[in-house]
Design a protein around this ligand. Sequence first.
Ligand code: CO
Length: 156
Amino acid sequence: MAIRTIVLEGDEILRKKCRDVEKFDGKLAALLDDMWETLYKSKGVGLAGPQVGILRRVTVIDVGDQGDGPVELVNPVIVRRSGSETKSEGCLSSPGEWGLVERPTKVKVKAQDRNGKEFVIEGRGLLARALCHEIDHLSGILFKDRAIRMLDPDEA
Ligand code: CO
């Protein structure tokens, strides 16, 4: 495993649309393992492919004790969303910056695991927010695009 460099806001790669993963091979497993290591090292909640320079639909999420454990999603698609909640949000690609973003309180996501097996996951609260944030990354959308306003450092 290896720590990958996190791409920062301003890099055009974060604005590109990702392609679906088609090969569920050792290279994909190595990428996901590296993404986990990179996420935990940077103490983030989630990390998406483009943030490590890979334009494929992959993301890893761990909301800690606010979820049911680590979530690894390949080719994720939001199939249902409900409710609304406006809370502060940040991104490993925009260190030290926080903004208020409206997100659904609950989402249902269809995805595949690293072996290509399909599954469905439902997330509430922070997990719903993280799922929306990371899946946005796969379409080149950053949280700032959706922020109602950015927060001053003393508000965040
Ligand atoms: Co992000």
